[in-house]
Design a protein. Structure first.
Ligand SMILES: Nc1ccn([C@@H]2O[C@H](COP(=O)(O)OP(=O)(O)OP(=O)(O)O)[C@@H](O)[C@H]2O)c(=O)n1
Ligand SMILES: C[C@](O)(CO)[C@H](O)COP(=O)(O)O
Length: 237
């Protein structure tokens, strides 16, 4: 083992979980992240995965200002009632909350959808290991398993080369200072086109690292996703 491996540079990581969506595509009565799946609200599965990663020092959960679903009193978990109109806005506001908790420019932030409740500590660790020495940072992502088509008026327009296509997942891991300035540059446009943190970084010229994720780390989005999440989570416990 080298001297470097004996004394690795400490990695300061924080988690930021946007949790202020309404889940309009999920068809649930309230926000989907609070629906019970495998015995507890989805968001608690997500929080449990991050709290099992020792390198994540604290978690900021960004909820809507009028959200009263959760009350939290833990030194390593902040409930930030600063959710915005879009996911990007919620993340942008959450970065301010992290700053107010003492996070610094060079600290890493792992942004993860509260609604991706199947994330595992091992996948989070794999992302940290892949990105910790990278100048930009990166994201979990999945190569396309299926043939890819474009559409015109309900019919196939073309079959597209998928060899360079990936599905973006979360967590997405970037330095706090770099991510905050990348998002700030898009604030005036209302974060147009910023559907994830990587896209904000790309707009200002960075090329985030693609780190292979898992098909099981899907985002619960549509009504049929709940049964799959329930089956997978139940099989793990
Ligand atoms: N204004 C918003 C919108 C979304 N999110 C969060 O971002 C994550 C990913 O968003 P998505 O799955 O698209 O959730 P919703 O916006 O809630 O769903 P929909 O688009 O179906 O309404 C979710 O954890 C969601 O709570 C957020 O914090 N603030
Ligand atoms: C951030 C994200 O999870 C990456 O795949 C995704 O884009 C969020 O979902 P949305 O439907 O774009 O809000």
């Amino acid at each position: 083992m080298s001297a470097f491996e004996n004394n690795p540079i400490p990695v300061r990581c924080h988690a930021l979980l946007p949790c202020a969506g309404t889940g309009s595509r999920a068809g649930t009565a309230g926000p989907k992240q609070y629906q019970t799946v495998a015995g507890m609200p989805m968001v608690l599965h997500t929080l449990a995965a991050f709290s099992a990663v020792p390198r994540v020092k604290q978690t900021v959960l960004v909820v809507a200002p009028d959200d009263r679903f959760l009350s939290v009193d833990q030194p390593d978990l902040l409930l930030a009632r600063c959710g915005g109109a879009t996911r990007a806005h919620s993340v942008f506001n959450g970065l301010d909350a992290l700053r107010a908790r003492g996070a610094a420019d060079d600290d890493w932030v792992l942004v993860h959808d509260a609604a991706r409740c199947l994330i595992t500590p091992q996948q989070i660790e794999a992302l940290i290991d892949a990105c910790r020495n990278d100048p930009v940072g990166g994201l979990l992502a999945l190569k396309l398993p299926d043939t890819l088509k474009t559409e015109r008026e309900g019919r196939v327009a073309a079959t597209v080369d998928r060899s360079d296509k990936w599905l973006a997942q979360t967590p997405q891991m970037f330095r706090l200072g770099m991510l905050q300035s990348a998002l700030a540059a898009q604030a005036d446009s209302g974060f147009a086109g910023v559907t994830d943190e990587a896209s904000a970084m790309e707009i200002v010229g960075h090329r985030p690292l693609l780190v292979p994720g898992s098909a099981q780390n899907f985002k619960v989005t549509y009504p049929e996703d709940f049964a799959l999440a329930e089956a997978i989570l139940s099989s793990r416990t």
